[in-house]
Design a protein around this ligand. Sequence first.
Ligand SMILES: Nc1ncnc2c1ncn2[C@@H]1O[C@H](COP(=O)(O)OP(=O)(O)OP(=O)(O)O)[C@@H](O)[C@H]1O
Length: 440
Amino acid sequence: MCNVTLHLENQQTKRYGGNYSQFEVLRAQQIALQQSAYEKQQRTVAHLQSYINRFKAQATKARQAQSRVKALEKMELIAPAHVASPFTFEFRTPDSAPNPMMVMEDVRCGYHAEDGAEIPIVERVMLSIQNAQRIGLLGANGQGKSTLIKTLAGTLEPLSGHVREGKGLRIGYFAQHQLETLRPDDTPLQHLARLAPDTREQELRDFLGSFNFSGDMATSKIAPFSGGEKARLALALIIWQKPNLLLLDEPTNHLDLETRHALTMALAQFEGTLILVSHDRHLLRATTDQFMLVAKHRLQEFDGDLDDYRDWLLQHAAEQRAALKANASGAADAASNGAASGELNVNRKEQRRLEAETRQKLAHLKKPLQGRIAKIEKEMDALNAEKTTLDAFVADPASYEPEQKSRLTEAIRRQADVNARLDTLEAEWLETHEELEQIG
Ligand SMILES: Nc1ncnc2c1ncn2[C@@H]1O[C@H](COP(=O)(O)OP(=O)(O)OP(=O)(O)O)[C@@H](O)[C@H]1O
């Protein structure tokens, strides 16, 4: 029997009085407390930051904004409680890579309609991807980021132009729709063995183990796997092939907090070339060092960071709004001129038509944003409901009885996941609302 327990974590030792079971209860309580302090502080930080962003440009509020900047700077940040990550993985160092990796000359990316007509999405693409570049691909929804990535990956033929691949190029392409190409009746081990028929089973099992598919899970059919587990398997299969160019289209969608964290760390250390599309700003910040923008059917370099991009988005929305307003008042002028020359009815009609067109265009701009907000709110509602249940469970002294140990650990782990996701959603919700406000 022992009466003191020492716990080693993150290169620190903590002393807990009592035996191991008592230690587990204390530690669970401590994690819950730290997590809740962290969340509280994060809410404060977000609040201060949104105030600063909103008012820093307004002379009358500049001083208040400045004092909030100071408050933020002074704040000693609490670390999020981290239930130790169950795994980490790394990208295997590519053997060699061509330079340039790939060149696109005057490429038109797009699709064919059923009647064979061309639907160009991104045009006149001139791109030379150099070895070791790490590019974040930006652009509003529907502008063609995925279309461009598919063309780079070679799963979509260009409508015209040339794509030249360097000798020895090995592309690792990940996109959500590829999860459908996994075979539901096969196991992770079978998937990997297909890629490596000559490799010893133990080696394959060890590799899968490093992605948290150990023991039975490596030999279970993947049909009932969650989206996150399938994404984890798809990533493992890509990594096995030692790509030197990674094309990743929203790789963190559906991933749980720990896998997202593990992927971010692995990508930050990846020595090859990377092109990444992601809404996950933390992932973009940690793994890319230059940005390109897909907008108005063109691909261009984006000279700035993610904050500049946010400003660009707002500015862009404001310009569109101004153009539409100018369009509407032009119509009104045309109508009143018409009245003077006796064309009253025709021009009133024209004015109404143009106004309706403007309304329609504004509605068209707003619709995807409203859709996004509704989607975010739906997910937030579901998560908040889950959070209430989890919080109550973790706060209940009965949950610390020994027979509840595994449920409690799982509840605390899930609590951290839910809170992190809620944070992200809250930030997205705010940003989307701001974009919407700009449109008017
Ligand atoms: N198979 C297809 N046939 C015709 N048009 C398509 C096809 N797939 C996508 N599109 C259209 O191409 C445009 C660009 O879509 P894409 O998915 O590349 O955008 P994105 O920038 O990746 O946006 P998101 O972030 O919303 O995925 C959209 O208008 C979309 O409707």
